[in-house]
Ligand binder design. Structure first.
Ligand code: PLP
Length: 381
């Protein structure tokens, strides 16, 4: 049975061109980029080129790009090392962040920093006006994600970053779901720090980057050798970094084409589900969102059961709730946006990628119909 992969917000397939660009650095070009002999020359040059490609893709300078092991490390670095460079105070974040941000905030919370979580609205956005009213006097950092991983909503980052800047406070955005999918220009956004992860945009796993605006006060993430300008020690993952840059450039070049394709697929999926008269809500779909990220809540269904049934039919999606032996836990995001209880437990995330086809979407809708669930009176919608 051919698989239909519809979980691109979890990870994406490695682009063949990215793999081809990586291969020499996994084989004959194995020199350590920090060494002085000729075997180190190509890896060193490849790192320089990758830094420039990535910087160009997000409107940064090459020396503002720091390679990491992925989104989690970039988030940990941005939060912990900006706060540790300042005296204790408050960090503002949102209640719908990825755990890489929420748990990093909790960790600095244990060191005496206050953590203030902005609420989310039912449409899945966070409100810049709320922050205007509640901006803490002792704020040291604001960290709000560019796009939510569970429901795809894009946040008003430019407004939030301006607010932080007006108060003389640093601003970080976890852009792991956005980089390579929507246009990003760090200058235009006005952010000081931005996290990204290669495996979300058809690059390899275990590699990412942190954009750090020149002049931002930070302590090093890892002490040791002088790599990454002395800020993140450790021999570089040259192949991974080259694969990341190749995949990002390619995705940025095809971004508009991908977006049009994905928006059509989304509309088709929703149209099919309505044709089948399934009783569902779409979460976070009213405002700006990441193309292809479709969070659906089906009335009186169990998300985890749906995931397993879809899996048996060869379809990979995620769920917004997880069962343990006694209860079903809703994700913090689905809870925060107040999805009505009779729908919330039946939440799945279908995250389409540019490789998906109309036939894939039709098969997903047909599979959801087979699984069943309530239907609505066609007059109601
Ligand atoms: N931030 C967001 C919004 C994510 O979606 C993810 C991954 O799911 C991460 C951070 C963590 O990224 P990584 O898997 O590269 O550590």
């Amino acid at each position: 049975m051919a698989k239909i992969y519809a979980d691109h917000a979890a990870t994406t397939q490695l682009d063949p061109e990215a793999l081809a660009a990586m291969m020499p650095f996994l084989t004959e070009e194995y020199g350590n980029a920090s060494q002085l002999y000729s075997l180190a020359r190509r890896p060193r040059k490849a790192l320089q080129e990758a830094r420039k490609i990535i910087a160009d893709c997000i409107g940064a300078e090459p020396e503002e790009i720091y390679f990491t092991s992925g989104g989690t490390e970039s988030d940990n670095w941005a939060i912990k090392e900006t706060l540790l460079a300042q005296r204790a105070g408050t960090i503002v974040t949102s209640c719908i962040e990825h755990h890489a941000v929420l748990h990093s905030c909790n960790a600095v919370g244990k060191l005496g920093y206050n953590v203030l979580q902005m609420p989310a609205q039912t449409d899945g956005s966070v409100d810049a006006d709320w922050l205007t009213k509640h901006f803490p006097e002792d704020c040291r950092l604001v960290s709000v994600m560019y796009a939510n991983n569970e429901i795809g909503t894009i946040q008003p980052i430019r407004d939030l970053a301006r607010l932080a800047r007006d108060h003389g406070v640093l601003f970080h955005t976890d852009a792991v779901q956005a980089v390579g999918h929507v246009p990003i220009d760090v200058g235009d956004l006005g952010v000081d720090l931005l996290s990204a992860s290669a495996h979300k945009f058809n690059g390899p796993k275990g590699v990412g980057f942190l954009y750090i605006r020149k002049g931002t006060a930070m302590t090093p993430y890892a002490d040791g050798g002088g790599q990454e300008n002395g800020m993140r020690a450790g021999t570089e993952n040259v192949a991974g970094i080259v694969g990341m840059a190749t995949a990002l450039r390619k995705n940025c070049e095809s971004m508009q084409e991908h977006e049009e394709h994905l928006m059509k697929l989304e509309e088709r999926l929703l149209a099919r589900l309505r044709e089948y008269q399934l009783d569902f809500l779409r979460n976070g779909g009213t405002g700006a969102h990441i193309p292809g990220n479709v969070s659906l809540s089906f009335r009186e269904m169990e998300g985890e059961m749906m995931l397993h049934r879809l899996d048996l039919m060869g379809i990979c999606v995620s769920t917004g709730s997880a069962c343990n032996s006694t209860t079903t836990e809703l994700s913090h995001v689905i809870r925060a946006i107040d999805v009505p209880k009779d729908y919330a437990y039946g939440t799945i995330r279908v995250s389409l990628g540019h490789e998906n086809t109309e036939a894939d979407v039709d098969a997903i809708a047909a599979a959801l119909k087979t699984i069943g669930g309530h239907t609505v009176d066609p007059g109601v919608r």
